[in-house]
Design a protein around this ligand. Structure first.
Ligand SMILES: CC(C)(COP(=O)(O)OP(=O)(O)OC[C@H]1O[C@@H](n2cnc3c(N)ncnc32)[C@H](O)[C@@H]1OP(=O)(O)O)[C@@H](O)C(=O)NCCC(=O)NCCS
Length: 150
């Protein structure tokens, strides 16, 4: 398994998986704009770590190191076949360590309330829930926001 930062060569590989990735997320009621992947190459604040296995792209974490006064985990995804093996936890730890090195004092992340695996990982790493937005997703689920103080 290889961990690499996003670059111009692996973007096409990532784009091939976008449909599979998107269907694993519960969309918001109000459509939100996502940064195009190319932004990760040119914007200093945006970062993405990709994981590949035998030349297949299998996971990512993306984060912002200048979100308001701290860090923001923008997205995380692990291919179904690789879940439950601690990969998301490992990716979170890498992102948190990188943010620590930038002297960041707090990190936020959001997920939907019924996303048990996502909440489990977030809470296990010490994030605490600070905000709930009711009925924020198209299936009626709530969005929950978590914060970690470093
Ligand atoms: C959320 C996600 C990234 C977790 O990835 P992962 O590599 O499987 O995560 P980990 O293996 O580090 O940890 C998952 C934990 O959830 C647990 N888990 C898995 N399925 C579960 C379920 N249905 N109910 C409760 N717990 C569950 C696992 O046992 C594990 O806990 P443990 O370490 O105590 O055993 C992955 O499920 C995913 O990509 N989901 C779709 C996209 C998504 O939801 N992204 C986050 C949205 S903000």
């Amino acid at each position: 398994m290889k961990f690499v930062n996003i670059n111009s060569k692996n973007i096409p590989l990532l784009k091939k998986r976008v449909k599979a990735i998107e269907k694993d997320f519960v969309p918001f009621r109000k459509k939100r704009k996502n940064n195009p992947l190319e932004d990760y190459l040119v914007k200093d604040n945006l970062h993405m770590i990709l994981v590949s296995d035998k030349n297949n792209f299998i996971a990512y974490i993306s984060y912002d190191d200048k979100y308001k006064k701290g860090g923001y985990i923008r997205g995380i995804w692990v291919d179904k076949r690789y879940r439950g093996k601690g990969l998301a936890t490992k990716l979170y730890r890498k992102a948190i360590n990188n943010l620590k090195k930038k002297n960041i004092k707090q990190i936020i992340v959001r997920t939907w309330e019924k996303n048990a695996p996502s909440r489990l990982v977030i809470e296990k790493l010490g994030f605490r829930k600070y905000r709930t937005i009711k009925n924020d997703r198209i299936d009626g689920d709530n969005t929950v926001w978590f914060k970690l103080f470093l």
